[in-house]
Design a binder for this molecule. Structure first.
Ligand SMILES: NC(=O)c1ccc[n+]([C@@H]2O[C@H](COP(=O)([O-])OP(=O)(O)OC[C@H]3O[C@@H](n4cnc5c(N)ncnc54)[C@H](OP(=O)(O)O)[C@@H]3O)[C@@H](O)[C@H]2O)c1
Length: 418
């Protein structure tokens, strides 16, 4: 078979011969004119297959993981990812999202040595200028001004037949998992791994109580397992008792239902004593529920935060003296209030954290390869349901754990290419 007899476009589930790159591919595409609710922001299109550079790999996507970042991409806020890239000089007027994938390497650039054509991989979403001076100097690349989240800040993510990645993003795939299960956990898992292990002296220690918001969500389900593997005592907060069993099976030693409390949101003015007393009573009652869940009067040394505006005042309040609230998102809003008295008098730390570097992503992947992490895949969607599963996430109506989308894999349950 010669190149000119090969097709320039393959249908979904119809893998091109290994190493053959068609000129066009199917993708689920966001455009600025469609910014809005995810169910209509994503639309199927045929687009050119991206060319790769010398440090890149082109991966044939078998399955894609679903993350909240492409809810934001669909909405076009807080960042218009297409406009931001155009300002940076990239010409494409569309966004192909998707920051998790499992797949097969179909091409590599001239400088690539860590993967080769035919390798089965999962992809972590950390990308940066590998030749930036601070990266070459060995600094954490997540602190480099050049870092970008692949499939959110960069184009050519996993909601397409082929994805363009930097080769260092390709990690070995756990072959005991299906394509869709292996596509599910890397983004949330590596993020949780960095949050819980990379901010000394607040690395999770044996016996620590760790409070985990959204315990049944993507981040939360990974955080419970990692904290548990580190010997800590994870306590999960959820919005329904129907999620208790799911969290317990992952290792939560205690559960709290946030719907039992009503003091959420921003702090009142500190001079408004009555309103402050109402907040404090609510936060105290929540703290008491935590002690009940732990089985002793022990506050969380680490609070695993991502809801943000609704929960930060309570997180700061219940965190142990000398402990850390570590946060990677503000799903409920970005203007979170901190009662500074608790922060300085009790010497607590509020630490931002964002995805992970190669070391942390690979360390998390080792846990997956060793079968120590359940990817918590709860539901698998068809490619044409890409907008629908993001819509469920947007409305917080998605199932517990993680979701995935079949792209090249013709059916669920497959662990090998064919
Ligand atoms: N910076 C990073 O590197 C990074 C990485 C991954 C994710 N994120 C961000 O982190 C956030 C969560 O991601 P995810 O994948 O875990 O999403 P997810 O699967 O939707 O889980 C989030 C959980 O938060 C809980 N929640 C919703 N509203 C809440 C509220 N008002 N108060 C307390 N808890 C609430 C929900 O659980 P209950 O309703 O059961 O409480 C939900 O399961 C998103 O904004 C995402 O973009 C950031």
């Amino acid at each position: 078979m010669t190149t000119d007899t090969l097709k320039d476009l393959y249908e979904l589930g119809e893998a091109p011969p290994l190493g053959h790159i068609p000129t066009r591919m199917h993708a689920q595409v966001i455009r600025q004119s469609r910014f809005g609710e995810p169910h209509s922001a994503f639309q199927p299109e045929v687009v050119p297959t991206p060319a790769i550079g010398p440090d890149d790999a082109l991966v044939y996507v078998m399955a894609a993981g679903v993350n909240y970042n492409n809810v934001w991409a669909a909405l076009g806020r807080p960042v218009d990812v297409i406009g931001a890239r155009n300002k940076g000089g990239e010409p494409e007027d569309f966004h192909i999202g998707g920051s998790d994938a499992s797949g097969i390497v179909y091409a590599v650039g001239d400088n690539v040595t860590n993967v080769k054509v035919g390798d089965e991989v999962v992809i972590h979403c950390g990308s940066w200028d590998i030749r930036a001076p601070e990266v070459l100097a060995g600094e954490d690349p997540m602190f480099s001004p050049s870092y970008k989240i692949w499939g959110y800040e960069t184009n050519w993510g996993s909601f397409a037949q082929f994805t363009k990645v930097q080769a260092h993003q390709c990690m070995p795939r756990a072959k005991h998992l299906t394509w869709e299960a292996s596509a599910a956990p890397s983004l949330v898992g590596a993020t949780a791994y960095r949050m819980l292990t990379a901010w000394p002296p607040h690395n999770v220690r044996h016996g620590d109580v760790v409070l985990i918001w959204g315990g049944a969500g993507g981040l939360g389900s990974m955080a419970i397992q990692i904290a548990s593997l580190l010997g800590a005592r994870p306590v999960a907060v959820v919005s329904s008792e129907s999620k208790y069993d799911f969290c317990r099976k992952l290792g939560a030693v205690g559960l709290v239902n946030r719907k039992d409390f009503h003091h959420w949101g921003r702090l009142p003015d500190w001079e408004d004593a009555d309103s402050m007393n109402t907040f404090t009573a609510g936060a105290r009652a929540f703290g008491k529920a935590l002690w009940d869940a732990v089985g002793e009067r022990k506050n969380p040394r680490i609070v695993f935060e991502h809801p943000g505006q609704d929960t930060i005042p309570t997180s700061i309040f219940v965190c142990e003296t000398g402990g850390m609230v570590v946060i990677c998102a503000g799903t409920t809003g970005y203007n979170a209030d901190v009662d500074l008295r608790y922060l300085w008098m009790r010497q607590k730390r509020l630490q931002g954290s964002h995805f992970a570097n190669d070391d942390q992503a690979y360390a998390f992947n080792e846990l997956v390869l060793a079968g120590k992490i359940d990817p918590c895949l709860s539901r698998t969607f068809r490619f044409d349901e890409t907008g629908d599963c993001h819509q469920l996430m947007f409305e917080n109506r998605h199932p517990d754990g993680n979701m995935a989308i079949l792209v090249g894999a013709p059916r669920p349950g497959m662990t090998t290419p064919g």
